[in-house]
Design a protein around this ligand. Structure first.
Ligand SMILES: Cc1cc2nc3c(=O)[nH]c(=O)nc-3n(C[C@H](O)[C@H](O)[C@H](O)COP(=O)(O)OP(=O)(O)OC[C@H]3O[C@@H](n4cnc5c(N)ncnc54)[C@H](O)[C@@H]3O)c2cc1C
Length: 510
């Protein structure tokens, strides 16, 4: 079922067994999981089925610290959420990502990779990926002519990726609109979460839109699935009954914001031709490809963060501007156009490059950011057009981040030399070991994580191992905001798996 909330009579009361707020990757995955249940599911989406700039403007906010994308264009505010233009790169986190690592402050999840494995397998289906197989040996049998670099297996491994072309808005609009169990309300922006007199139970959520109408939604359980920054903003902005915001009794909501650092870091020069098809992919065509990753043993030895390196032909990469430069328009459609136009231009110029450079690759880092309490989302003083204080982002990196990027290429450089496949040259920003800063050209991946981190201890986390907000009996957070640490891979496969696990948990409660 579908209702445009602008067309409802003002002050309508909507009821359901569960209420999911936000119809992006997390919210839609959960809704689909309830499709054949006996329960009434209310799915609230702030936007419509298409881009609407007045709704997108609700995402505007200020940034400070490490240079970032404009907040308005760093996500999409309509049905399907940011998958409307995501790249679809998927890989699960590693066992190590869930463990406490004594050299990474605030690391460790209250669940292990094994707890997520069955949900990863299910998430593969939601994301329309292949089998839940990410070991090189499996793909070596499936795909022809994979040639891994002959690096020492104890030091470097091939982390495999699969590629989704699913845009949730397109794929799942019809099944949801036609469903008898799920009632989707578009133009239903949650603006306030309200508690009962004990302040331990959410009773209702107020929603609003630009037609001037406001409605109330009542349910037994509420799942916030608005994306990391927006989930955080909603908890902080619902402050009439709890002045510090909901779930924020220990001043943790909004802290530990993490991104993936995606930055051109080194060059790999090969003296002889070496087939690199294992390390390259084409959108819509490649089933699986690999990035170079450092083994757990070596990470422990060097006390470094978990990351990977991907290869891009240097003749093209040298002409490509960092996306932190091309993605600076407030309109996400224009930023996307600018980025692709620059890539097309780089490809054109790259075709003219000849000589040794044809066997050279830019090495692009993808690495977790160490959890940092000062990297955070807060409320601004300005309000949006629906009266909700805007979110501000202060993105802050630490010396461990810089050390880990540099160390990764020192290790890969040694392996390239020892195996005699080539030489690695560090980019200038990594040369000075005493410089802990990152240049403005450092890209994020538009991956927002960590601001309602998971911990069994309410003094260390906002949600528990079931993604329930500590101290509130019926409020859950779905999405990457719950990640205590972010691993190297892009977050959507993991956040979908975690959302499906949360969905199962809530099924046991209704
Ligand atoms: C250019 C780009 C490329 C990317 N590529 C990849 C990739 O290759 N791999 C990967 O894993 N990830 C990628 N990502 C990130 C990926 O898109 C996100 O991780 C994912 O979409 C997050 O899912 P989500 O459901 O938590 O949030 P979203 O997808 O952002 O969905 C949130 C939903 O909530 C709605 N909403 C927000 N506020 C409210 C409110 N108050 N009331 C009601 N509804 C609300 C929004 O309209 C939206 O529909 C990319 C992102 C971008 C921008």
């Amino acid at each position: 079922m579908h209702t445009d909330a602008r067309k409802l009579p003002n002050q309508s009361v909507i009821t359901g067994d569960i209420c999911i707020v936000g119809a992006g990757a997390a919210g839609i995955s959960i809704a689909l999981d309830w499709m054949n249940s006996d329960y009434n599911v209310v799915l609230l989406e702030g936007g419509g089925f298409d881009y609407d700039d007045k709704v997108q403007e609700l995402y505007n906010g200020k940034t400070s610290g490490q240079k970032y994308f404009p907040l308005k264009s760093a996500r999409l505010h309509y049905f399907g959420g940011t998958t409307g233009h995501w790249a679809g790169m998927c890989s699960p986190m590693d066992d190590l990502d869930f463990k406490i690592r004594e050299w990474v402050p605030n690391s460790g999840w209250p669940i292990s990779k094994k707890d997520l494995d069955p949900y990863y397998a299910k998430a593969q289906e939601t994301l329309q990926l292949g089998p839940y197989k990410y070991d090189y040996e499996y793909w070596d049998k499936e795909l022809p002519d994979l040639n891994p670099f002959p690096f020492k297996k104890e030091v470097v491994w091939n982390k495999m990726w699969q590629f989704s072309v699913a845009h949730f808005g397109k794929e799942y609009k019809n099944p949801i609109v036609k469903s008898g169990q799920i009632h989707l309300y578009t133009y239903a922006n949650a603006i306030d979460l309200r508690l009962d007199s004990t302040k331990k139970h959410i009773t209702e959520i107020e929603v609003a839109n630009h037609s001037g109408k406001r409605h109330i939604v009542k349910a037994k359980h509420f799942i916030m699935a608005c994306g990391t920054i927006q989930n955080t903003r909603m908890l902080l902005a619902s402050n009439t009954q709890m002045p510090q915001g909901i779930g924020n009794q220990n001043d943790l909501v909004g802290r530990y914001f993490q991104e993936h650092l995606e930055v051109a870091s080194a060059e790999l020069w090969l003296p002889k031709n070496f087939p690199t098809n294992l390390y390259s992919w084409t959108y819509g065509e490649t089933k699986a490809s690999a990035e170079l990753a450092i083994t757990e043993r070596t990470q422990r030895e060097h006390k470094m963060l978990n990351g990977t390196a991907s290869l891009e032909p240097l003749r093209i990469a040298k002409h490509a501007k960092p996306r932190m430069e091309t993605w600076q328009d407030n309109d996400p459609r224009k930023s996307s156009e600018n980025m692709f136009a620059n890539w097309r231009e780089a490809e054109k110029l790259g075709k003219k490059e000849t000589g040794n450079i044809e066997r050279a690759y830019a090495l692009i880092t993808r690495i977790e950011q160490a959890p940092n309490p000062n990297s955070r989302v807060t409320l601004g003083t300005e309000k949006d057009s629906l009266g909700v204080p805007r979110a501000n982002l202060h993105w802050e990196l630490t010396p461990l981040d810089k050390y880990s990027v540099r160390k990764m290429y020192q290790i890969l450089g040694q392996q390239a030399g020892l195996s005699e496949i080539g030489r690695i040259r560090l980019n200038d920003f990594l040369r000075d070991e005493n410089d802990h800063t990152f240049p403005d050209s450092t890209n994020g991946g538009w991956h927002h994580m960590g601001t309602t981190r998971m911990s069994d201890d309410p003094k260390k986390g906002v949600v528990d191992a079931n993604c329930k907000v500590h101290g509130i009996s019926n409020l859950f957070i779905a999405g990457a905001a719950c990640f205590p640490t972010s691993g190297a891979p892009n977050p959507t496969l993991t956040l979908t798996a975690l959302s499906l696990r949360l969905s199962d948990h809530v099924k046991g409660l209704v």
